[in-house]
Ligand binder design. Structure first.
Ligand code: CTP
Length: 399
């Protein structure tokens, strides 16, 4: 199976002859679905051109904390953006600076600001690698949780042979994949996610809709793709864009279209998450031309739509994990629990509308996870990406 690595990678390139391998590393990461932001030290420019790495990564390469007059390259933002930071090659000089907390370039500032996992791929000559200070600097990083890849043994640029060669790009990508994706139980699984709200036509111009933005469903789809799942995303109208390449998106408008698209994919999915806010009712007789304004009141007869999740519960293949969402305003826990049983679900995610920052349109959400026969787990207010991680962590325990 093709190895996917749909992560945001902050790639630090320092000054070593092995910097030429950074080009292949960027190419391999991008091919695997990663977004790569390259940060180089000045001396790395002597070994590989920023233009090469910018072209391969599709993003401008950054070097200085301040570039040009008053343009600040925000290391804090870069570090927070990244899912993982990789420093490859790691020269003896940059290693020493990392170990001692120095901060005289952008790469070092990003390292100090990083909250994500950090990997280093050292590259230097044999004796430099053997030197006691190099050993102790690597040990310092290891104690701080930095993960080391390589170096390999073999022919070195000096003509000597021994330990010090930067690991090959494919070895680095394989290690990142194994650590950050490979252990997920969702790796290689098929997952269906529905997102956003549906629109039910009143006439060719108007519709009945709801306030769902699609952000939660898209966060779930992206996180599942990051974990190596192949994702089918069925979404109602939305402005949200799916970042992950392995997400196969189907756009629908009405509840009936969503039902058709979801049913088609549900029975072959290992996991189904219905996060869409599907209309419960639609106009029974939508007008074929625009309804004209009159002085009298207007009534629109509504008929129920099909409950897609209930259909899925009734047709659930054995071994499938079926997850529903609930948005309740009164007696929330009891209603959510009832829905879990009635619709034959394995997990229900209870949304809060009561808390500031939770629910429709926000980038944050506050949910309670209710599984079959387990204690409800109330999560704090989190970003929708973090909520997606928590939901998928829980789903992994059910697989
Ligand atoms: N859902 C669905 N099809 C519908 C309506 C809802 O698949 N026609 C799914 C939603 O995607 C969500 C779950 O059902 O995962 C809960 O939706 P909600 O509208 O809250 O639940 P209902 O079963 O409609 O319950 P009630 O109206 O009684 O609150």
């Amino acid at each position: 199976m093709e190895r996917r690595f749909e992560r945001k990678v902050l790639l630090g390139v320092s000054g070593s002859i092995a910097a030429f391998k950074a080009a292949a590393l960027v190419r391999d990461l991008v091919k695997a679905g990663a977004e790569v932001q390259v940060v180089m030290t000045r001396s790395a420019h002597d070994f590989v051109t920023p233009l090469t790495l910018a072209t391969l990564s599709g993003r401008p390469v950054l070097t200085d904390l301040i570039s040009g007059e008053g343009t600040w390259n925000d290391h804090v933002h870069l570090a927070r953006w990244a899912d993982v930071m990789v420093i490859a090659p790691l020269s003896a000089n940059t290693l020493s600076k990392l170990a001692h907390g120095q901060c005289d370039n952008l790469l070092l500032a990003c390292y100090l600001s990083a909250t994500c996992p950090v990997y280093v791929a050292p590259a230097m000559d044999l004796e430099m690698f053997r030197d006691a200070s190099t050993r102790s600097n690597l040990e310092t990083l290891k104690v701080r949780g930095v993960r080391q890849i390589g170096p390999d043994s073999g022919e070195l640029a000096s003509g000597l042979s021994g330990e010090g060669r930067m690991s090959e790009p494919e070895t680095i990508v394989a290690r990142l994949h194994a650590d950050l994706v490979g252990n997920s139980k969702l790796n290689g699984k098929r997952i269906l996610v529905s997102a956003s709200g549906t629109q039910e036509a009143i006439d060719p111009v108007r519709y009945i809709g709801n306030r769902s933005s699609g952000k939660m469903g898209f966060a779930l789809a992206e996180e599942a793709a990051m974990r190596g799942a192949s994702v089918e995303l069925v979404t109602g109208p939305t402005n949200v864009v799916a970042r992950a390449v392995a997400v196969n998106r189907t756009d629908v408008v009405s509840a009936a279209q969503m039902a058709e698209a979801c049913k088609l994919k549900a029975t072959t999915s290992d996991v189904v998450i219905m996060s869409a806010a599907v209309a419960d009712y639609r106009p029974a007789n939508p007008a074929t031309s625009k309804i004209k304004k009159k002085d009298s009141a207007l009534s629109i007869a509504l008929e129920p739509t099909e409950d897609i999740l209930a259909w899925m519960g009734a047709h659930k293949p054995s071994g499938q994990v079926l997850v529903g969402f609930a948005l309740e305003t009164d007696d929330a826990m009891n209603h959510a629990q009832g829905k879990l049983e009635r619709k034959n679900l394995d997990l229900i995610v209870l949304n809060s509308l009561q808390d500031a920052g939770a629910g429709f349109g926000h980038d944050t959400n506050k949910v309670t996870l209710i599984g079959k026969g387990t204690k409800a787990e109330a999560l704090p207010l989190l970003s929708k990406a973090e909520v997606a991680r928590a939901i998928l962590d829980r789903i992994e325990t059910l697989l």
